[in-house]
Design a protein around this ligand. Sequence first.
Ligand code: IMP
Length: 189
Amino acid sequence: MDLYTPEFVHCNGEKFRVYLTHEEIQDRVKKIGQKISNDFYDRHPIFIGVLNGSFIFLSDLMRYVHIPCEVDFLKLSSYGDEKVSSGQVTELKEIDADIRGRHVILVEDIVDTGLSMKFLIEKLKRSHPASLTSVSLLHKSDQTQHNVQLDYVGFRIPSLFVLGYGLDFAQEGRNLAQIYIIDKKVPDN
Ligand code: IMP
């Protein structure tokens, strides 16, 4: 049995259907990369990717950025094997770069409750960057409880669990080239 097909995937006993195709993702990531290139053309920004989820988005995004720039990574604890946030953020790896006086572009895969982004913005600001800009490929805006500044957003999505293009479910599914959503009805608001 194929666990992964273009339309549907099975992961850890749950069924997901395609939500954003490879072409839709690439088109949007390219536009964000071009906008960042224009906005930061003379600022030599440093991208900081949040591991593990942002590794595919960041690597695609950087290839659409046509100005000199740098990259570094930090790592936060993940959801573990669950589909809901634990409400706690733990830093597992710090950045190596000295960001004082630098133009920092923080890159997340998804903002859900906003807790991780809030934690990261507050933490990075303490290192006195010249500017701090946030990028998230996905935003579950109905779920967001923390007041976070998001400067570039790829797609606003419903409050349902998604998988692929770096995002995992209990560490699986990151290698999927498209973004899949859990195969349940979108709740009415
Ligand atoms: P937040 O702190 O609640 O905003 O959660 C952010 C982090 O939770 C992301 O960086 C992801 O690692 C994870 N996350 C949130 N929603 C999803 C999802 O739908 N699929 C996979 N991971 C998710």
